[in-house]
Ligand binder design. Structure first.
Ligand SMILES: Cc1cc2nc3c(=O)[nH]c(=O)nc-3n(C[C@H](O)[C@H](O)[C@H](O)COP(=O)(O)OP(=O)(O)OC[C@H]3O[C@@H](n4cnc5c(N)ncnc54)[C@H](O)[C@@H]3O)c2cc1C
Ligand SMILES: NC(=O)c1ccc[n+]([C@@H]2O[C@H](COP(=O)([O-])OP(=O)(O)OC[C@H]3O[C@@H](n4cnc5c(N)ncnc54)[C@H](OP(=O)(O)O)[C@@H]3O)[C@@H](O)[C@H]2O)c1
Length: 405
């Protein structure tokens, strides 16, 4: 038996609007003009509303809003009765089998299918997700939201405590993910700009004393053909806007921060970019590089492209750990680029661990304040680069994957 839904009801003449504390559908509305016969939660709800009120003319359910029209104006009693039916939608659910119940939640909430998974290692996957409907255009480097219900099982078997908020079990764990891209496909061709299946590069985060990760342990239980939620809104200013064809482009990332860098690299190569393109990734171990094999093929084919990976926890790194910041300071990055790090004609893209990025804060006067632990942003700022920011377009672009606590 599920938890009661909490409902706020308002009416305007013949129309009543019920705001629920959880979603019953995805982003597409479900509209009923007669009692439906199916067994999804929206269908069951519409049927029950009709069953108690013969005057209904339509029921529309979109996410957590139910809009009900009837031929006569709503009275206080009608409104209370309909609200009660909605409240008890799941409490009256008669299916003894939780699997069936969770399947109905999946049907109501998910809008895409996992088309492929490349399990590079047990905690690092490249996944392709196929939306039910074709997507609008988006730019290389942008991100979207993936989500799975809290009812889904976890790979790490951690027990979450939902007692203080029992309705949580029927909600969705949502997180942002950069769109990734293989640079070349299995057939050796450059990846398409707007493929049918959207690629993501995801690491499974383990729990620690401070944080229980919500989404990745659930993603890592999934398989090909399983359903998932992928937002249809792709967003972000971490794109190639402002990069001219002859500019040098330097991508610097940690871990899965390589995702948007590869998507933008593929876009630059499709555009036959003339400047140098350098893609540097810092990972703990060599095994944490899921795109390594294809990078050497790309490098061979495109003389202006160079890929460099550095590790920090391999035996040879002991006592000699080199971070991306060190590459900037030592001049090694310029050697890799084969050109000076000149703010005039160079764009730098920083993605992943916020400590590597070292993003400053801007005060109300537009003054810039860097964190005490120096990241790449400050080093570049000192060399005359401008940090891209909503008030000013710059040539240092960033995408932080989480906020430093
Ligand atoms: C714009 C944007 C794009 C993102 N793109 C990606 C992506 O392409 N691939 C990806 O794996 N993640 C990406 N993330 C991170 C993602 O949103 C999740 O935070 C991450 O997958 C962990 O989710 P979770 O619910 O399991 O744990 P959460 O509760 O979200 O995170 C718990 C902790 O795990 C650590 N962490 C989170 N993400 C990462 C990561 N990627 N690498 C190392 N440590 C991490 C942080 O310390 C964080 O506080 C992106 C985040 C943002 C804001
Ligand atoms: N079980 C596995 O096989 C496995 C493998 C990979 C990841 N994971 C898990 O996945 C999560 C993500 O790990 P991740 O390695 O992808 O991401 P990460 O922790 O952000 O590390 C990526 C790289 O960034 C480096 N880094 C850390 N702090 C930095 C700083 N201040 N400046 C510059 N660089 C810095 C790391 O070096 P350091 O060596 O100094 O940290 C590492 O080389 C973690 O929770 C991890 O436990 C598990």
């Amino acid at each position: 038996m599920g938890q009661e839904i909490s409902v706020r009801a308002t009416s305007f003449g013949n129309v009543a609007i019920f705001d629920l504390d959880r979603s019953l559908t995805g982003q597409e509305p479900e509209i009923f003009r007669r009692p439906p016969s199916g067994d999804s939660p929206p269908e069951r709800l519409a049927r029950r509303l009709w069953g108690s009120d013969g005057q209904l003319s339509s029921v529309q359910i979109l996410s957590n809003t139910v809009t009900v029209a009837r031929s006569d104006p709503w009275t206080e009693e009608d409104l209370a009765e309909a609200a009660d039916i909605i409240t008890k939608l799941f409490a009256h659910y008669e299916a003894p089998d939780p699997a069936e119940y969770y399947e109905s939640l999946r049907a109501a909430n998910y809008n895409a299918t996992i088309g492929a998974i490349r399990r590079h290692h047990e905690d690092l996957w490249v996944m392709r997700i196929v939306p039910d409907e074709p997507l609008e255009h988006f730019d290389a480097g942008q991100y979207t939201t993936l989500a799975l219900g809290f009812w889904e099982p976890r790979a790490d078997h951690v027990m979450e405590d939902f007692e203080s908020d029992p309705g949580q079990l029927e909600k969705m764990a949502r997180r942002s993910y950069s769109v990734s891209s293989s640079i070349i496909n299995d057939d050796g061709q450059l990846a398409r700009a707007q493929p049918e299946a959207i690629e993501f590069y995801i690491v499974q985060v383990p729990p620690d004393e401070e944080e229980i990760p919500a989404l990745t342990p659930r993603i890592f239980m999934k398989d090909v053909q399983d359903r998932i939620f992928m937002s249809r809104k792709f967003t972000g200013r971490y794109t190639l806007a402002g990069v001219e064809n002859g500019d040098n482009v330097v991508f610097l990332s940690t871990g899965t921060g390589e995702a948007p860098q590869n998507a933008m690299t593929a876009e630059l190569l499709r555009r036959e970019h003339q400047g140098q393109v350098l893609n540097v990734v810092c990972v703990r171990y060599l095994r944490d590089l899921a795109y390594l094999d294809q990078q050497s093929v790309v490098e061979e084919r495109y003389p202006n492209y160079r890929y460099e990976a550095i590790t920090t926890r391999e035996p040879e790194d002991e006592g000699n750990k080199v971070y991306i910041q060190d590459l900037v300071e030592s001049g090694r990055l310029e050697e890799m680029l084969g050109a000076p790090l000149d703010p005039d004609g160079t764009h730098v893209f920083l993605c992943g661990n916020p400590a590597m990025i070292g993003l400053p804060k801007w005060d109300d006067d537009g003054e810039i304040h860097f964190p005490s632990r120096q990241g790449v942003s400050e080093l570049l700022f000192q060399r005359g680069f401008t940090i891209d920011h909503r008030r000013e377009r710059g040539n240092v672009h960033f995408e932080e994957y989480w906020k430093e606590s």
